[in-house]
Design a protein around this ligand. Sequence first.
Ligand code: SF4
Length: 223
Amino acid sequence: MDEKQLLEKIREVARRLRERYPKAYRPGRTPVEQMVFTILSQNTTDKNAERCLENLKELTKGNLLKVPELPRDKVLGAIRPCGMFNQKLEALNSVLGDWERLEKELKKLSEKEAIKLLTSYPFVGSKTARVVLTFAFGKNTFPIDTHCFRVLKRLGIFPEGWSREKISEFMESHFDAEFNRRFHYDLIRLGREFCRARNPRCKECPLRDLCSYPAKNSPDRGS
Ligand code: SF4
């Protein structure tokens, strides 16, 4: 597939996803809430992360910047349901302790510089940085989580062997912020509804005719 065909396939997949999911996802969080939520959501479900975010809001009476000043055991208790809590606490303390300066910087920086700055904090990887930058700062980034990566791989859109970083950079240099934000989240929706890690529902999938996953035709790939 040459680059022109690759771009056409991405546009067609995005168009089908928009048909299936007509409403764009808007998290409706403040930038600091989005930052905290994204750290909490690493390796757990959004439901767990939401619960822990609410626990922290309650503990800080709505001012999440107070987290680094609170006793360690209280914060750990609040974020325990998310797992990896020691790591997450360290990430939260370092980012929130610096948040006022960091937020101003992130608004001014280019996408590449902002990713570099955010990933300089402990346990903040490039996927977390990209999620925060697109949903809290309106930047043009294309985060790739496990669902996105699985769906993209099965669809066979990108050449075999392209890393998440390479795909993100390709998307960021060929599509705008709105397209990438929407495409990222619609792939997650498809991953949850049809293209599940186990037992994908290929028979009912709206992208079936565009998909290269060899097992899509097997008789047990239904609901
Ligand atoms: S056809 Fe199956 S493997 Fe392909 S995207 Fe749909 S659910 Fe995933």
